[in-house]
Design a protein. Structure first.
Length: 134
């Protein structure tokens, strides 16, 4: 794993949260995006080398809405940048981690992503991210 790529925060209202985080971080979000495979809208902030991803569920049948219903708004996951997601997935499986995806899928911010089950990582949902090179 190369570095922390971003921290994902589950929010009820993306527009209100964009305003809040703009004030908090002193910068505007640089991108909003809908990820239809996950039924979420996302917004990204960059401050220094760190990124924050705000996630709002679309409808009720998605991981973010379910997360908020159970736990309320807050930190949803931590994402790590990896050079080769397939190699990293294989390494983690060998180490005994349970992955939520058999294959990486296209995520937000031009990334291939895979998630590690929280039960394998002390209750933390971990995302692996690899930049998609066009």
């Amino acid at each position: 794993m190369e570095k922390i790529e971003h921290i994902g925060i589950a929010v009820k209202d993306l527009e209100d949260s964009n305003d809040l985080y703009s004030k908090l971080l002193g910068v505007n979000h640089y991108k909003t995006e809908e990820v239809s495979s996950e039924n979420v809208k996302t917004s990204f902030f960059q401050t220094g080398e760190s990124k924050i991803e705000l996630l709002e569920g679309i409808g009720v049948d998605n991981a973010i809405s379910k997360f908020i219903e159970k736990r309320g708004e807050g930190i949803h996951h931590i994402a790590f940048a990896v050079e080769d997601i397939y190699e990293e997935m294989q390494r983690l499986r060998k180490e005994g981690f349970v992955l939520l995806n058999e294959e990486p899928k296209r995520g937000a911010d031009n990334k291939l992503v895979c998630f590690v089950h929280p039960k394998s990582a002390n209750g933390v949902l971990v995302e692996l991210c690899q930049e998609i090179l066009d």
